[in-house]
Design a protein around this ligand. Structure first.
Ligand code: 9UX
Length: 72
């Protein structure tokens, strides 16, 4: 099933931060698209819930060096 998730991403201070989060999410199998808004501290991720889950997405952001909180 295709799902859409909003995540609060804490600790991004420059555009390279948001790019690295986008790249990290984009590398996850099952992620269809990832858009990160630096100023809003938000990531919007569209993914296939049969392949990847919310916790995987949260972990990928944390592994990239930021704190993450699932919003929706
Ligand atoms: Mo910018 Mo972010 O110099 O981890 S890449 S602050």
């Amino acid at each position: 099933t295709k799902k859409r998730l909003e995540v609060s991403v804490i600790g991004m201070t420059c555009a390279a931060c948001s790019s690295s989060v986008e790249n990290a999410l984009g590398l996850l199998k099952g992620v269809e698209s990832a858009t990160v808004a630096l100023l809003q501290n938000r990531a919007v991720v569209v993914y296939d819930s049969a392949i990847v889950n919310e916790d995987d997405i949260k972990e990928a952001i944390e592994d990239a060096g930021f704190d993450a909180e699932i919003l929706t």
